[in-house]
Write a protein that binds this ligand. Structure first.
Ligand SMILES: C[S@@+](CC[C@H](N)C(=O)[O-])C[C@H]1O[C@@H](n2cnc3c(N)ncnc32)[C@H](O)[C@@H]1O
Length: 598
C-alpha cells in the first residue's frame, strides 16, 4: 500500500439524503483489508479507520459494511452522520467531487475537491468559541504545509501553543493542542519575505524524522510491549551507523526497553545494556533473544487456544464443546484461580473475568519453553485490559468501575472499560510472532547482553565473565538516561510487577518522578548520573564515543560532564515531534557527544 494516495468521490443525491458517499471508485486496495464489517452492527464491525473531515471538529471512526448474502462491500462508510454537515459547510451540491486522502494505513482526510471549497468558512472553524484557533492538522491543511512542519514551527518557538480556551500553554493535554491561524500566517508571511530571524538554524533537520509514520517508529520488536520514554529506533540507527563499525562493542547504561541493543544488533555491533528495573530487562531480553520461530508460533497459538477454550466455557453462554472443563469442576477451578490472586492492585484494576483469564494464562506459561516471551505477551494484553478509559493508557490515575459508560475522548463516543483479556490476547498473539519474525530476518549473530543492576556500581568485568564479550573494552555509549522528575520507571509497569511478583528496585532509580524536580532533586540527579558515568567509564576505550540523549531543560549536563571527567565535543539539537506515547507536545532534546577528558 502506498502511503499518501487519494481518490475522487462524486456526490450524489443519496449523499444529501442519507449521507452516503459512493466509495466504489476507491477500490478495495485503497483501504485496509480488515475494514469490511458485517451487513449490520449486530453481525460485527470491521476494524475502523479514522477520518478527519475538513471543517468537522471530531474525528470519524468508521468501517465499511458488506452485503449480507454476497459479503461484497456496500461501498459506503457505515458512520455517516457527519457527511451532510460536511457538504453544507462547504456549499457542496450533487455532482461536486470531494477528495479522500490516505495519510497512513488507517488515517484518512476528506476535503472538497477544487474550486467549490469554502476556505474562508473553514479557516475560522471555531475551537470552542475562539474564532482563530484550529487543530494542528487543520492549520497544516489551510496553509498547505504538513503537520510536521507546524510542529517544527512550535518547537523552534515561532508560533505558540494554545488550549481550547485560547490560553497560551507550554504543554497541551492530549487532543487539546490548538494553533492560531493568524499567528501562523503572519509567521509564514515573514518567512516568505525571507526575514531571516524567523529561520532557526540550530535544530538538526535530519534528526527531526518528520513524517516518519507510527508503524516505522514502532517497527518490529519495538512494539512487543509499550514503554514510556523510549527513543525512536531511527535516532539510534543514525548515530550508530555514523560512529561505529561492525564488531564494535557499545553500552547503554540506562537501557530501558532495549532500543539501543536491537538497533546495534541490526548493525552487527555487540551491545550491552544495564537497567535497574527487572521488568525492563525482561522486555529487552525478549526483544533481543534468538528464537526458533516455528516453536514460538506453536507455543503462542497453543496458549491462545487454551485460553480461548477456558474463557468460552466459563463465560460465553451456549458455548458447546467437549467437556474440557467438566461442569462440576468449574467452580473449583475458579476458586483455585482466585486463591492465587494476592494483590489488591489486581483486584481493583481489572474486571472479574479478566482476572480469571490472566491467572489462567499465567498458569499456562509454565508449560512452555519460551516463558519470558509469553510473560511479555501476557503483560501487554493485561496492560490494555485495565479498567481505565481508552484515552488514558499511558498514565492512568485511578481505575474506573467495570461496565460503567464514559465519554471517550479518544473515540469521540460513549465507551465502556474492557471486561475481558481474551480479545487482547487474540490481538497480540500473532502480532508478537510477526514482529519477532521480521526482526529475525534483520538481526545479526552479535551479542546482546542484558544486565540487571545499578549503573552507579555495577561491575562489568564480573558481569561479562564467561560471555563472548569477556575482556573486551567498550567502543562507546549510546543512551538516554532518566530525566529529573519525569517518570517512575517501575510504576509505569505496576500491573506486570503485581502479576508476576518481580522484585522492585524503585529506590535505586535516578531522578524518579515522585522525587520531583526541585533544586535538591536536581542536585541528587547530577550526582546520580555522574556516578553512573564515572563507574562505566572504567570499561571504555580511551577514545570511546559517548552519546547521551536528554531533554536537558534544567541545563544539568555540562555539570554532569565535568563531574564525570568527560568533555562535551558537540551538541545535536533535535525537535521531538513524537516519542512513543508522550502525547501531543512537541519539545526539543539534545544529543550530547562526549569523550573522556584525557
Ligand atoms: C529514558 S529510559 C531509557 C529508555 C531507552 N532508551 C529505550 O529506548 O527504551 C531510562 C532508564 O534508566 C533506568 N534507570 C534509572 N535509574 C537507573 C540506575 N540507577 N541504573 C540503571 N538504570 C537506571 C530506568 O529504569 C529506565 O528504564
Amino acid at each position: 500500500m502506498n502511503k499518501m494516495e487519494s481518490r475522487v468521490i462524486k456526490l450524489t443525491t443519496a449523499s444529501f439524503k442519507y449521507g452516503n458517499l459512493n466509495l466504489s471508485s476507491c477500490g478495495k486496495e485503497f483501504f485496509p483489508l480488515d475494514i469490511f464489517g458485517g451487513s449490520n452492527k449486530k453481525s460485527g464491525l470491521g476494524h475502523p479507520i479514522t477520518i478527519e473531515a475538513e471543517g468537522i471538529d471530531k474525528e470519524i471512526k468508521t468501517d465499511i459494511p458488506t452485503v449480507a448474502k454476497t459479503h461484497s462491500p456496500r461501498w459506503i462508510f457505515r458512520e455517516r452522520s457527519w457527511s451532510k454537515k460536511f457538504a453544507k459547510l462547504h456549499n457542496l451540491k450533487s455532482g461536486d467531487t470531494i477528495l479522500l486522502i490516505r495519510r497512513s494505513p488507517r488515517k484518512y482526510f476528506i476535503t472538497p475537491n477544487g474550486k467549490k471549497q469554502n476556505k474562508e468558512k473553514f479557516l475560522f472553524i471555531p475551537s470552542k468559541g475562539i474564532p482563530d484557533l484550529v487543530t494542528l492538522e487543520h492549520a497544516a491543511h489551510v496553509v498547505g504545509k504538513t503537520p510536521a512542519n507546524i510542529r517544527y514551527y512550535i518547537q523552534v518557538g515561532r508560533i505558540n501553543k494554545y488550549d481550547l480556551s485560547g490560553r497560551k500553554i507550554l504543554k497541551a493535554r492530549n487532543g487539546q493542542l490548538r494553533i492560531s491561524l493568524k499567528e501562523l500566517k503572519s509567521f509564514l508571511y515573514m518567512l516568505d519575505k525571507d526575514i531571516k530571524r524567523h529561520h532557526n538554524g540550530h535544530l538538526n533537520k535530519e534528526l527531526g524524522f518528520y513524517g516518519l509514520p507510527e508503524y516505522e517508529r514502532t517497527k518490529h520488536v519495538h512494539r512487543l510491549h509499550s514503554y514510556l520514554g523510549k527513543f525512536i529506533p531511527q535516532l539510534v540507527e543514525w548515530f550508530l551507523s555514523k560512529n561505529f563499525k561492525e564488531n564494535d562493542v557499545i553500552l547503554d547504561p540506562f537501557m530501558g526497553s532495549g532500543t539501543t541493543l536491537v538497533q546495534g544488533n541490526e548493525l552487527k555491533i555487540h551491545t550491552i545494556g544495564i537497567d535497574v528495573s527487572e521488568f525492563n530487562c525482561l522486555i529487552a531480553k525478549v526483544k533481543t533473544q534468538k528464537y526458533d520461530i516455528q516453536k514460538i508460533k506453536n507455543e503462542i497459538l497453543e496458549a491462545e487456544k487454551r485460553l480461548t477454550s477456558f474463557s468460552m466455557h466459563l463465560f460465553e453462554k451456549n458455548y458447546i464443546q467437549p467437556s474440557l472443563f467438566p461442569e462440576d469442576k468449574i467452580e473449583e477451578l475458579k476458586d483455585s484461580l482466585m486463591n492465587e490472586v494476592k494483590s489488591e492492585y489486581l483486584t481493583k484494576w481489572f474486571a472479574q473475568r479478566t482476572l480469571y483469564e490472566m491467572i489462567y494464562y499465567r498458569r499456562l506459561i509454565k508449560k512452555f519453553q519460551y516463558q519470558d516471551l509469553l510473560k511479555v505477551l501476557l503483560s501487554r494484553a493485561v496492560r490494555s485490559a485495565r479498567l481505565i478509559p481508552h484515552y488514558d493508557l499511558a498514565r492512568p490515575k485511578a481505575p474506573i468501575e467495570a461496565e460503567k459508560e464514559y465519554w471517550c475522548k479518544k473515540h469521540n463516543r460513549i465507551c465502556k472499560p474492557i471486561g475481558q483479556l481474551l480479545v487482547k490476547i487474540h490481538n497480540y498473539s500473532m502480532d508478537t510472532v510477526r514482529r519477532i519474525e521480521i526482526f529475525d530476518n534483520l538481526r545479526s549473530d552479535k551479542s546482546a547482553i542484558v544486565i540487571q543492576g545499578d549503573s552507579r556500581n555495577i561491575n562489568l568485568d564480573n558481569e561479562l565473565k564467561k560471555t563472548p564479550l569477556e575482556d573486551r573494552k567498550i567502543d562507546g555509549i549510546f543512551t538516554s538516561p532518566p530525566y529529573v522528575g519525569q517518570i517512575d520507571y517501575h510504576d509505569q509497569h505496576i500491573y506486570a510487577y503485581e502479576l508476576f511478583g518481580f522484585p522492585r528496585n524503585d529506590e535505586l532509580e535516578i531522578g524518579p518522578q515522585k522525587a520531583g524536580s526541585s533544586k535538591q532533586a536536581q542536585k541528587d540527579y547530577i550526582e546520580g548520573i555522574s556516578d553512573a558515568f564515572l563507574n562505566v567509564k572504567k570499561y571504555l576505550k580511551n577514545d570511546a564515543k559517548i552519546f547521551i540523549v536528554a531533554n536537558d531543560r534544567f541545563k544539568l549536563y555540562p555539570e554532569i560532564a565535568k563531574r564525570s571527567g568527560l568533555k562535551i565535543v558537540k551538541e545535536f539539537h533535535r525537535a521531538v515531534t513524537k516519542r512513543t506515547e508522550q502525547g501531543d507536545n512537541p519539545y526539543q532534546e539534545t544529543i550530547f557527544f562526549m569523550m573522556k577528558e584525557n
